[in-house]
Design a binder for this molecule. Sequence first.
Ligand code: ADP
Ligand code: MG
Length: 640
Amino acid sequence: MGKIIILDENTANKIAAGEVIERPASVIKELVENSIDAGANSISVEIRNGGISLIRVIDNGSGLTEDDVEIAFERHATSKIRRADDLESINSMGFRGEALASIAAVSDVQLATRVKSSFQGVSIKVKGGNVLDVKPIGCPVGTSITVSELFFNTPARYKFLKKDSTEAGYTVDMLTRIALCYPDISFKLINNGLKVLHTPGNGDLKSTIFSVYGAAVAKQLMEVNYQDEVAKIKGFIGKAEIARSNRSHQSIYINRRYIRNKTITAAIDSAYSTFLMKNKHPFVILDIRLNPASVDVNVHPSKMEVKFSNEQEIFRAVYHAINGTLMTQSTIRTLPDSPVNKYYSNNDQGSSSYSQKPLQGASRYPSSKTSSTNSYMLNDSMASKPAYSQQEFMRVKEELDKKREEAISGHPAQGEAAYTAQEAVNLAQSEAAYTAQEDDSLVPSTSLFNGARIIGQAFSTYVFLEGDDEMFLLDQHAAHERICYEELKEAFAKDKPLSQMLISVVPIELTASEYQFAISEASFFEKLGFSYEAFGANSIIMRAVPFAQREVDVGKLFLEILDFVMDGGNGEKSVLADEALYTIACKSAIKANKRLDEREVSALLDKLSTLKNPYTCPHGRPAILRLRRYELEKLFKRIV
Ligand code: ADP
Ligand code: MG
């Protein structure tokens, strides 16, 4: 007898499950995707012990008919495609027909469902791949599915699970990513009885972001709305104030799937390069729609990675979508929130509900049940009260932010308060009222300083202006750097480099490959303003440079620029040129610790007023800060 046998269906499903189902979060992902495919606009997920002992997903989607219920659990059972050709035009989340079969092979599943056209629902129980029971049941339209004892019959899998809280964390992250791409669906996640995520499902991405990240983030967003032949890109990007040192606050979706992709992150970084400090990553949520034919989502089994048929096109679209948004929006910074607000919140402990007793029970998430006892909770009457004081507002905002952060990050909660959807809405309303009243942090660049007059220079570095109800503080180096950069950029675009002949030529020694590169790219460097020629073996002589400052070491600066142009594999030439231009701008700009006379300051301000983005230096440091009279009055306690 031969050695080969055909595996029975159950064994095959168990093996297949290993590929689709790795942990509770992957079960939930499959179930939630099914709910989305079923047209639900409300999806609630409940987990216990990180989803290991129980997962329950309830949706208000189409439901399954009695005829379909049993077959849905067979492998390759799908209602979403009929033949291989359909794969070309697929727009559902699933289509392999494997998820239900795989989940049921390694757990105990109970499903109850009803379609609209039927008065009665049906329930089915499947354990370890065997159908145990099918019977009629009374239930609402939609589907509710409960998965318990995950991996009860696959101990090897079970062993790989992490602690409950870690598994819960994976689910929070996964569901949050999905929720941010489906603002028209209300998602709820309950972990051990406590609500940790609740999005409004009102179709508005900004309020979805608010419900996930809180007021501090929602306040610092700019809307992206871009379209070209290649892509349609919508979403929100954050101002520098909410940039982070890792990419956890970046969510990119291609055709409504959460993905990770290096080309796209490179485009984001390039677009932000002059707006942010190095090693800071902006807050970004981008919904990118492409022709499905130009993207292959199946390169990775979990479909997180994608391949584009034309990487350059995608890079360009994302770069322009973001850069365009940054250029059209004013990004002037008000004086950092902190001095005023910290001052108040630290000194106003009377009504603060902060120091709370530790959480009871095993949960690490704040409870929604007890929140009404907390003084910070906004009730309707407070929310509608327009004169919500800044002090009150900031305290509430800080507390909610902190609690939300804890809930999302899974760090132990300090208090027992929770953040409910209603609180989110209330806070948004009071914030809107507050913003309309007192906070106009956007200053249109056309009237940059609102007619403010120069009152002096401090520490030979900062220029002070006084307006009607505000003061402006300028960092002279950062501001001038921005001016130089814009001038250089314009000259570059017009192909009229700002080149200055050197009084005496400067010889520069290069390595063989640098020399090759410098000679072959001489016309590119000429466009930047460097003019040189070959000078013996591996040397050049520099005749003209794009700046007039005497103290600059010409050789060193040229090498610096040569280096990154040579390394700059990932971008367009124009992006590389940009990098080069802002290095040059930095060297050409007025330094700090330099006395300026009034004429020089005026010239600086005049030029600054003509710029689209005068608010930061090209490296992203702020160039202008604003201090409102109101803030001074607060600081001096003239008003409270
Ligand atoms: P796939 O999603 O790849 O088609 P699944 O195994 O996930 O395969 O689901 C099998 C089928 O069961 C789906 O094609 C769909 O018709 C049905 N189904 C699963 N979940 C739901 C749900 N929540 N609501 C309605 N139908 C569902
Ligand atoms: Mg599916």
